[in-house]
Design a protein around this ligand. Structure first.
Ligand code: C2E
Ligand code: CA
Ligand code: CA
Length: 887
């Protein structure tokens, strides 16, 4: 079946058109050939009949001419003969009278000769046609044409006696009489008489007629006798070959005018002469050519057309056989399986490649099978193969397009292995049948490769967990599932994992990650959650369902527990913990990137604040667009003077003296008005802006202090700095330079650093604080009580002041434990030889309580709000007046 399938009759479309073309051209070719044959034949027939007619004509004419001339000559000859006999036989030599008598007698019966004459012993005797003596007239003439000697009638050269008369042709016999006298007896024949017949019959325009003797002399010629008569035949005349011949013949050759001509040559039986009638070939061929030219033109066109068509045909047939071969070859050699399927859904033909794909010995073994019989019961998408193939079949048969691309899983018949194919099916008509051409392209390898690549691309090679790429896609898919999807993304970062790596080496670090990954994966699987490793010691968890506050706490706790399970590496018992940031969809972000970013921010916050986990809050997020704009504006404000300092007084509790001011930053935003530092300091701290910002603050505070001192207002100023400033290697140098520039003694300056930030890098902080302290600048720990710093560490810091955080102060009169914290902090500070400052004192009761506890200095709205520098002098004056009891 595979090889006998007729592709030349099968190939649809183009080949069909080719075949129609071939049939059409063959038809036209036949008709043209018939036309050519017919017109050629008729032209040939015409030619034959024309030439036959001419032959017949001139043959008949020449024969008649010969007969007529011979008859005429015979009469003259009769006269000559009789006169000759009489003179020969006479007993005595005849005298003049006798001879004349004989001649006159003969002339009486002779209607042809113009003259009769006897030449005897040099003596001429002659009579004319009336029998009158004519010697006088002939003597001169005969001398012009001397007569040769001959027994038989001979012909002398024809001549014209005078311009008015016609040609005379001498005919004579030579004799010797009984007495030994030589005599010539002859007649002069008027050649006009020879032409009588032609005149009667009428000679056609292109014909000529004539007579010549066996010596080749022209005796008679019409037309133009003047030119020919008396002359010998032309040397190249075809008639020369006829001299001496005695049978009739048609001769072809060039005539005197070098035109092709046909001659009918009739020799006389009685006289040594030939009668000839000739006709130029042109005279009869030209009309024939004219007649045939129309057919000739038709013929020419037809021949051209035939040539053209034959060429076309050759090409078409070439193409046809080529495309037939091509399709056949394609079917057999193509590296895709090809099935031809009938409307009943059964295979009608298959190519060898299909046989190999299905693992059968020959393509014929596939014939009659349904595709579903060649497939596993179910397709990968879960459809029943039988139902799916039926649906596909009816779709192909009924759809307008009649074409379809799909993927299909088949089954080999030999080893029952499944293989996947890309299937292109198309419907076509062939010999009144509808068939489906199904091309199978094996994509099993490709799929396997893709799956492998997909796995490699979406999994982490170290832990085997899905990677960030997978996670992003997973979140995208979850989001794409639409309405009602709610879930949380947890970002885990292991605490102090760097230490594990640095201490035990990367090899153990990797092993720890593998173990942790496996534990978490196992446990999370049971929770229906997904885990992925994002890189380093960072992992992310996507929960199956949304989490409320309690759930988050519980889940993070559980994760912590899984991590805390004993784990040893290199013989060391390790304790693993993680900081977790939590972001929820859709509240915190609507894309994987947003969710991960939010979880990341929350995770960093958790890490910084040493909490196990933190749920993302937009207000904590320094990375929003508004923040970016704010960042730009802040930079400008620092450079262009948009910032200002307010000053809040610090009061010594035992004598109520104002001992200094805290400089607090204000940003006068052109659009938003006065922005409190809480909104932009964290932004500056998270970027490099904190350095120029702090530099501006210190510069401005020192300048202000210098101004006040110059006006006699001796005081101290406390300046807030960020822990980030301590990381700046130029900070101490800059501070020193500013102190010198404003000529302010270092001990009038107090730098406040928050406790929490010191703890991020305690060693570095320690080194830097020491350097500052060496300048003579006072150092204080701000917001003390919020940072859980260890006493041992605190003790090592070169700090002179502790500032108790205002959260404790504001509640100390109502909250016992806060009061306890304040009390113990005061004691602790004093123990370490530090001054203790309370901030956020808002009422007299608190101030009183603090004084009781021995707190050294207080600060708060109770004493004075932060104010612009211009107000400070007035405020102090006011206060002094108050203390003196003057309002
Ligand atoms: P802080 O150093 O603890 O400053 C004291 C904050 O408490 C000030 O807020 C002040 O206005 C406020 N305050 C003072 N007395 C009372 C009171 O009786 N009750 C209440 N409820 N609040 C009181 P402010 O000015 O908004 O500053 C907030 C924080 O911004 C400061 O906290 C400080 O950490 C930071 N900050 C301010 N200026 C600078 C600066 O120049 N550089 C740096 N690095 N940080 C600054
Ligand atoms: Ca402060
Ligand atoms: Ca504070």
């Amino acid at each position: 079946m595979t090889s006998t399938f007729d592709f030349s009759s099968h190939a649809p479309g183009a080949t069909q058109r080719l075949r129609i073309g071939v049939v059409f051209y063959i038809g036209v070719l036949l008709v043209l050939a018939l036309l050519v044959g017919l017109s050629g034949w008729s032209a040939y027939r015409d030619y034959r009949s024309t030439t036959d007619l001419v032959r017949q004509n001139i043959s008949a004419l020449s024969r008649s001419l010969e007969g007529y001339i011979s008859a005429l000559l015979l009469q003259s000859y009769g006269s000559i003969y009789v006169v000759g006999e009489e003179l020969q036989l006479s007993a005595a030599p005849p005298d003049v009278a006798r001879i004349r008598e004989e001649l006159a007698l003969a002339m009486r019966y002779d209607p042809v000769s113009a003259y009769l004459f006897v030449l005897r012993d040099g003596q001429l005797y002659a009579v004319d046609s009336r029998g009158q003596a004519a010697e006088g007239k002939l003597r001169g003439l005969l001398e012009q044409a001397p007569l040769a000697t001959g027994e038989h009638p001979s012909f002398g050269r024809a001549f014209q006696p005078d311009n008015d008369s016609g040609y005379l042709m001498p005919m004579f016999i030579s004799q010797r009489d009984a007495h030994g006298h030589e005599q010539k007896v002859g007649a002069l024949i008027d050649t006009d008489r020879l032409g009588d017949l032609l005149r009667r019959l009428g000679l056609e325009e292109h014909m000529n007629a004539g007579m010549y003797d066996n010596s080749g002399g022209v005796l008679f010629r019409t037309p133009q006798p003047l030119r020919f008569v008396g002359q010998p035949l032309q040397l190249d005349s075809p008639l020369r070959a006829r001299l001496g011949q005695s049978t009739f013949a048609l001769v072809e050759g060039d005539n005197i005018d070098n035109e092709r001509a046909l001659f009918a040559d009739a020799p006389s039986a009685s006289f040594p002469i030939h009668a000839v009638v000739g006709q130029t070939s042109a005279s009869y061929l030209t009309p024939w050519i004219k007649r045939s030219s129309y057919s000739a033109l038709l013929l020419l066109i037809s021949v051209l057309a035939i040539g053209l068509i034959a060429w076309q045909l050759r090409r078409l047939i070439g193409e046809l056989s080529q495309s037939g071969r091509f399709y056949g070859q394609l079917f057999n050699d193509i590296n895709d399986g090809v099935l031809l399927i009938g409307v009943d859904g059964r295979v009608q033909a298959a190519n060898p490649r299909a046989a190999r794909m299905f693992g059968v010995a020959g393509a014929e073994l596939l014939i009659g099978r349904l595709p579903s019989e060649l497939s596993p019961p179910y397709q990968p998408d879960g459809r029943l193969s039988l139902a799916a193939s039926r649906a596909a079949l009816s779709d192909l048969l009924n759809s307008e397009l009649g074409e379809r691309d799909s993927e299909w899983r088949f089954l080999r018949r030999d080893n029952r292995e499944a293989f996947d194919c890309e299937v292109h099916s198309s419907r076509f008509r062939w010999q009144q049948n509808t068939l489906l051409l199904v091309v199978l392209h094996d994509i099993t390898e490709r799929k396997r490769y893709l799956a492998e690549q997909e796995y490699l691309a979406s999994h982490d090679s170290l832990t085997g967990l899905p990677n960030r790429y997978w996670l992003v896609r997973h979140i995208e898919q979850r989001i794409a599932q639409g309405e009602g999807q709610r879930f949380a993304v947890l970002l885990l970062d292991m605490n102090r994992f760097k230490e594990v790596n640095d201490t035990l080496g990367h090899h153990y670090g990797d092993a720890v990650l593998q173990e942790v990954g496996k534990r978490l994966d196992d446990w999370l699987r049971s929770q229906g959650a997904q885990i992925a490793r994002l890189g380093g010691d960072e992992m992310a968890i996507v929960t199956a369902r949304p989490l409320d506050e309690n759930d988050v706490g519980r889940l993070c706790q559980d994760v912590g527990q899984v991590l805390r399970q004993p784990l040893s590496a290199a013989g060391v018992q390790l304790e693993i913990s993680a900081s977790i940031g939590v972001a929820s969809y859709p509240e915190h972000g609507e894309s994987p990137a947003d969710l991960l970013r939010c979880a990341d921010i929350a995770m960093y916050q958790a890490k910084n604040s040493r909490r196990d986990f933190i749920v993302y809050q937009r207000s904590d997020d320094t990375y929003t667009l508004e923040r970016l704009a704010l960042y730009t504006h802040l930079g400008r404000a620092i450079r262009e003077g948009g910032l200002q300092l307010h000053y809040q007084p610090k009061v010594r509790l035992d004598d109520q003296q104002v001992i200094g001011f805290e400089a607090l930053l204000r940003w006068n935003h052109p659009e938003r008005g006065l922005i409190p530092p809480g909104e932009f300091i964290p932004l500056a701290e998270s970027t490099e802006l904190i350095h120029p910002l702090t530099h501006w603050v210190i510069d401005e505070a020192l300048r202000q202090l210098h101004v006040w001192r110059a006006r006699g207002l001796g005081t101290c100023i406390a300046i807030n700095i960020s822990a980030n400033n301590l990381r700046n290697p130029h900070f101490v140098g800059n501070l020193q330079a500013l102190l010198a520039q404003h000529r302010v003694p270092a001990e009038l300056i107090e730098l406040e650093v928050t406790e929490g930030t010191l703890l991020e890098d305690p060693e570095m902080a320690l080194r830097c604080l020491q350097a500052i302290r060496d300048l003579g600048v006072i150092l204080s720990i701000d917001d003390f009580g919020t940072g859980y710093s260890s006493l041992a560490y605190l003790k090592r810091l070169p700090v002179q002041v502790l500032k108790i955080d205002r959260t404790f102060i504001s509640a100390m009169t109502s909250n016992f434990s806060d009061a306890m914290i304040v009390q113990s902090t005061v004691a602790l500070g004093h123990n370490f030889g530090m001054q203790v400052v309370a901030e956020g004192v808002e009422d007299a009761a608190t101030a009183e309580a603090l004084a009781q506890l021995g707190c050294d200095i207080a600060q708060g709205y109770h004493f004075g709000r932060p104010m612009p520098a211009e107000q400070v002098v007035a405020w102090r004056l006011q206060r002094q007046l108050e203390s003196l009891g003057i309002d």
